[in-house]
Ligand binder design. Structure first.
Ligand code: FAD
Length: 413
């Protein structure tokens, strides 16, 4: 009799052998100091790069061991430092890592955005140059798409790149560059031809942020700090060899990258990184804690009860949908416009969930700082505020709905 196989042809018995081996490797190689560690998703290490800090320092050992094994990028080809795993194997690895309460060894836009695009559009030379540095966490990347006057209408971007021999000379300003001040390289959209239809004169350019003329200025938010930057280019000379895809053909590459970005954002909510962050603890637990509902009693407020049940069901159903879509994806799968469906659903559902968590906590859900609030409560308030940005970054919800209408459903303008 033939063994059962997953959608990519991996026999289930092989998968269980892989599970045993993966768990044993993780257990043997994860330093004790990092077990159960919950990293701050914005600042808590794991992002790599020349300025990376590791607290505790054993996180660096964890990164190095996983990179050596190819498990910082489990599904990337082995020749570029990846693990060469199938989708099903990568899922098992992820399950075992979470079961052992181990943090991801490496996160960031290198792995989730520019890496997959280099695999699809990069030349062999470009892949060799950049991919292994990404998997080893040596270089941190940021995204230079938005400009002061170009957000949703991204193709109207004005940052100019004028050719001078084997180089482009880049001038212009990017804005909302997440973590621009901590990154080493930027993947940027630049206008290389102003005389054609706007989408047809854009190139996708990789720029080393140490090049003279690149200046980064953090943007202060009302909270007093910011992960965003304004990034200026003043006569920045960039080799023509750093163009990904065709010169003037960057719009195709840009859209492919946005597919990966949207899938990554949806994954944040559909396949949480694991751990024990209380800011995200179950709504049922929050209701019991803040509304003093005993464990064996139902919540008397029927409206609130319905809202909690609906949110928990939406979350669970979405986790399973993401899981199914990952399982069905063939190796090398490139997310298309359907990633907008995942992105809009994930971010809008998460906003509702965060809103409800704050509602349940009442006045204790509105702390910003100070000793009057528990750390979990402050984290919850900030998670609620942060959730508002998720439905803007990577294209707003309105833009996702436009894409779904036009490119998925084929509706007329
Ligand atoms: C947390 C966060 C991180 C970000 N990180 C980065 C980054 O690293 N790199 C980067 O390049 N950018 C980044 N951005 C910028 C982001 O991509 C833009 O904010 C986004 O594309 C929207 O552009 P905008 O802010 O100019 O808004 P606008 O385009 O001015 O939109 C304003 C409003 O009008 C609506 N709207 C606009 N056009 C349409 C339309 N055709 N149909 C219906 N409604 C429309 C929008 O939905 C929105 O509600 C980030 C943004 C956030 C919030």
């Amino acid at each position: 009799m033939q063994p059962f196989r997953d959608t990519q042809g991996t026999a289930m018995a092989d998968l269980e052998t892989f599970r045993t081996e993966a768990a044993a490797w993780l257990d043997a190689n994860a330093p004790l100091e990092i077990r159960g560690l919950e990293l701050d998703p914005d600042t808590g290490g794991g992002w790599g790069g020349r300025r990376a800090t590791f607290d505790p320092p054993q996180l660096k050992d964890w990164l190095d061991r996983c990179a050596e094994k190819g498990w910082t990028a489990p599904q990337w080809p082995r020749e570029y430092g990846g693990g060469g795993l199938s989708g099903a194997e990568a899922r098992v690895l992820d399950q075992e890592r979470k079961r052992l309460q181990l943090p991801e060894p490496l996160v960031g836009f290198g792995l989730t955005m520019i890496g997959p695009v280099l695999l699809q559009f990069g030349t062999e030379e470009q892949r060799q140059e950049h991919l292994t540095k990404i998997v080893r966490g040596e270089i941190r990347w940021c995204q230079g798409y938005s400009e002061p006057d170009s957000g949703s209408d991204l193709a109207s971007l004005q940052t100019r790149a004028v050719r001078d021999g084997d180089e482009f000379v880049v001038n212009g300003t990017k804005v909302w560059t997440s973590y621009g001040d901590l990154s080493d390289w930027i993947f940027a959209l630049v206008r290389t031809n102003p005389d054609v239809k706007k989408q047809e004169g854009i190139s996708f350019l990789l720029i080393d942020m140490q090049t003279p003329g690149v200046a980064v200025r953090p943007i202060q938010l009302i909270s007093g700090k910011s992960p965003f930057c304004e990034t200026r280019f003043d006569d920045v000379r960039v080799p023509v060899a750093n163009v990904i895809g065709e010169i003037d053909g960057g719009w195709t590459v840009a859209k492919a990258l946005l597919g990966h970005e949207r899938a990554m954002i949806a994954d944040l909510f559909g396949a949480p990184r694991g751990g024990s962050r209380k800011a995200g603890s179950s709504l049922v637990n929050l209701a019991r804690e803040y509304l003093d509902v005993p464990d064996d009693a139902p919540l008397s407020d029927a409206v609130l009860r319905d809202k909690i049940a609906a949110s928990e069901m939406d979350t669970r159903a979405f986790h399973l949908t993401i899981q199914r879509s990952r399982d069905a994806a063939k190796a090398g799968h490139q997310p298309g416009p359907e990633s907008s469906i995942f992105k809009v659903y994930a971010t809008e559902a998460n906003k509702r969930r965060c809103e409800l968590a704050v509602e349940l906590a009442g006045p204790r859900g509105l702390g910003w700082e100070g000793p009057g609030f528990e750390a979990d409560e402050l984290a919850r308030t900030r998670a609620w505020l942060r959730s508002r940005g998720n439905s803007i970054e990577g294209g707003t919800s309105e833009i996702q709905l436009n894409i779904i209408a036009k490119r998925v459903l084929g509706l007329p303008d």
